[in-house]
Design a protein around this ligand. Structure first.
Ligand SMILES: [Zn+2]
Length: 288
């Protein structure tokens, strides 16, 4: 945090920092063909703009970047991204550290960052397992409540896997948890030869359980019933985390469930350096 604040203490430093991290374009060519120059600009909230020496056209330093749709100070946005990356972005914390951000803006920028997570898993689907490895699979019910009356509006099944050896996981929402729905997902996200610890038939009837055994064996997966073996509780932990996050941040918005799940998976994957992770996602989508 201290480094970020030092690196963004002046408008020019902020722009340098973002250019160095390839989050703002480091050069700009004018429509007339001339290479533009970075100049101070009183009319721009960034304090600088690109200026053409030939036709005097002006272009924002944010052109084509992740920040181009916003007029908020770049420093505030960087600090917000830092706080989000390190899970310090409760409304209370952000309100204190970023005075320019209203609650509405905070909600929006959280959504933009979650959308980066969704985009990441669309671009890089997480396939787990392989010969000799183990993947735990479980389904869980995310009950969506309607405001504070506590009435359940809709039930949403979420199906997920976790590979303890790599600490990677996947989560997908599913309309139901029968074999016809889940087997194709397993085939998509888990490599053949994997030992699967599948717990989801615990609540299934015995006929459905038999179908699972039969179909998974057909697709060359080794099946283990966790109730009959010494098993860890990785998947269960994953659900607890995911549900807590879901409730704290997205409780009332049904359409946000999937992006919250993506955020959860993303945080698992990038937990060693989440800030650099966010920068990477931005760079991948906003080619400058
Ligand atoms: Zn020009």
């Amino acid at each position: 945090m201290r480094d970020i604040i030092l690196l963004t203490s002046e408008p020019r430093k902020t722009i340098d920092f973002l250019q160095t991290n390839r989050l703002l374009s480091a050069s700009e060519q004018c429509e007339c063909g001339q290479i533009m120059e970075l100049q101070t600009s009183n009319s721009s909230s960034d304090g600088f703009c690109w200026r053409c020496r030939t036709c005097w056209k002006k272009v924002s330093v944010r052109k084509g970047s992740f920040f181009s749709g916003s007029k908020l100070p770049l420093t505030e946005l960087i600090i917000f991204i830092y706080m989000w990356a390190y899970e310090m972005s409760t409304y209370k914390d952000v309100r204190r550290e970023c005075r320019f951000l209203s609650d509405h803006t905070i909600a929006n920028w959280r959504m933009y960052l979650r959308e980066l997570c969704v985009e990441h898993f669309l671009r890089h689907p997480q396939v787990l397992g392989g010969e000799g490895s183990t993947v735990e699979i479980d389904g869980s019910l995310f009950a969506r409540r309607k405001n504070n009356t506590g009435r359940v509006r809709r039930q949403l099944w979420v199906f997920g896997g976790y590979e303890p050896a790599t600490k990677l996981g996947f989560l997908v929402t599913v309309p139901s948890r029968d074999a016809a729905t889940l087997i194709p997902i397993i085939k998509e996200y888990v490599r053949p030869g994997t030992t699967i610890m599948l717990d989801c038939w615990r609540a299934c009837d015995s006929l459905e359980s038999e179908r699972f055994h039969h179909l998974l064996a057909n697709h060359k997966y080794n099946l283990v019933d966790p109730s009959t073996s010494a098993t860890t509780n990785y998947v269960e932990n994953m659900w607890q985390h995911s549900k807590r996050r879901n409730k704290a941040e997205c409780g009332t918005h049904e359409h946000m469930v999937e992006s919250c799940l993506a955020e959860f998976m993303w945080r698992q994957k990038f937990k060693n350096n989440p800030l650099e992770g966010v920068f990477e996602q931005i760079r991948e989508i906003y080619l400058l």
